[in-house]
Design a protein. Structure first.
Length: 65
């Protein structure tokens, strides 16, 4: 759950609920493969059709150990 405020001088703030999950697989001692990562956001006060982004990502990461 998050909250943000616009950069302009205003008292208006929005609430954002977000949930997600993913799967990382350790390929080697230093390399992780992100098989899938999913995130869904719901911005309160807006219709779901206008403010419910969904993101799916994949990737790889190098771990300095």
């Amino acid at each position: 759950m998050g909250r943000f405020k616009y950069q302009y001088d205003t008292d208006y703030t929005d609430q954002v609920h977000s949930f997600g999950g993913g799967l990382d697989i350790q390929a080697t001692h230093h390399i992780n493969i992100r098989a899938i990562d999913y995130e869904h956001q719901q911005w309160l006060g807006y219709p779901a059709s206008e403010s419910a982004p969904q993101v799916i990502t994949v990737g790889a990461a190098y771990a300095f150990r």
